[in-house]
Design a protein around this ligand. Structure first.
Ligand code: SAH
Length: 350
């Protein structure tokens, strides 16, 4: 059976002609799946009955099942738990901004990167998501809220560059004018710093934003938070980021989760400024979301502000991320983590 929703329009044309149908039907099929978010072949009424039956026999449509949704009373952020056809669960978040609806999607069920502060590290990697499963998170949320989704951040569970081929396939599908038509400029892919894949992605020359999870400007401290730093040390990661900008012209966004006593000293701030010196970049400071039994705490609000002020002496583009959905397990992986531990500890709201 062919995972038809994971095919780009060009691949779909090949598939359709191999079935003995005219090429233009591929466009119709693509539009049904990715534009109209169809959940069955039967709905596709401008395709012949014979062709639809053929499709039923040869292919399947990935559709995610909404297992739970939590809605923040503070800011309307919606957090979804979706069930995949094999029983795995993943989570996605929808945030309303002035510029539009932004969806944070997962790229894997679980994750094998093991960052010590992250809830998604718990339990390791179950499996990669298909391109269709990534796109479906956007489609189901679009259906649920009845509004256009204009922005995507690939910052949910998983390491997107550890699922490179499917991620690229997803980025091609979601950008297609016949489908969701979401501009690459409105898409951010966040990575913990897999150097070969960052280099490979640069060569694709997409107009997406690459976010690098930096979290510490000093090698030993970064290693303590992110095991992947032992494999790809800071100088190599930073060089890959510099080259990424050179090749794509897209400035890198550095994510820096501030953790009390771990990476929030003046020395860290100075080292951070030094590390990104001369780069055209953006630094996003995120007070860490306390998860698990790590004991990690957020620095005081004033301390976060001081860190920002100090950094701003040398860096122009520094922001403190607005925390959204604090009342609904805001940080990545927490809803899924709770669901996996209890099986039913999730509130159902409609
Ligand atoms: N694997 C990718 C994308 C998923 S995580 C990556 O590492 O970038 C998305 C972002 O949330 C990363 O910057 C990650 O470090 C951060 N993050 C994870 N857990 C967090 C927590 N408890 N508090 C704050 N940020 C967290």
């Amino acid at each position: 059976m062919v995972d038809i929703k994971s095919l780009t329009n060009t691949q779909l044309e090949r598939f359709v002609t191999e079935l003995g149908e005219k090429k233009f039907h591929a466009g119709q099929l693509f539009e049904w799946m990715h534009g109209k978010r169809a959940v069955s072949f039967q709905e596709m009424t401008n395709l012949s009955k014979k062709f639809r039956e053929q499709l039923e026999q040869q292919a399947y449509l990935t559709v995610l099942e909404q297992a739970a949704v939590q809605v923040s009373k503070q800011d309307g952020t919606r957090k979804y738990l979706f069930r995949l056809s094999d029983g795995n669960v993943i989570e996605s978040v929808c945030m309303k901004y002035q510029y539009g609806n932004s969806v944070c999607i997962s790229s894997q069920a679980g994750c094998r990167m093991g960052c010590t502060f992250c809830a998604s590290a718990d339990g390791g990697l179950a499996r990669n998501l298909t391109a269709a499963e990534m796109a479906e998170q956007v489609y189901r949320i679009g259906e649920d809220i009845g509004e256009r989704i204009s922005h995507i951040v690939v910052m949910g569970t998983g390491e997107p560059l550890d699922n490179y081929e499917n991620l690229l396939q997803f980025l091609r599908i979601i950008n297609d004018k016949k489908g969701a038509n979401i501009s690459h400029r409105n898409i951010t892919v966040s990575t913990c710093g897999l150097v070969p894949q960052i280099r490979r992605l640069a060569e694709e020359k997409l107009q997406i934003t690459l976010a690098l999870s930096l979290h510490a400007p000093i090698q030993e401290k970064r290693e303590a938070l992110m095991p992947v730093a032992k494999v790809w040390p800071l100088p190599e990661v930073m060089e890959a980021c510099r080259d990424y900008f050179e090749i794509t012209g897209r400035r890198i966004s550095f994510e820096y989760s501030l953790i009390h006593g771990k990476n929030d000293t003046k020395e860290d701030c100075r080292a951070l400024a030094e590390l990104v010196k001369g780069m055209n970049c953006h630094i996003n400071l995120i007070p860490v979301n306390p998860v698990k039994d790590t004991g990690y705490r957020q620095p005081d609000r004033s301390h976060v502000q001081n860190f920002k002020n100090m950094l701003e002496k040398s860096e122009r583009n520094v922001t403190i991320r607005r925390e959204m959905g604090r009342d609904i397990d805001g940080a990545c992986g927490q809803l899924r983590q709770r669901y996996m531990k209890t099986g039913n500890g999730v509130k159902h709201e409609s």
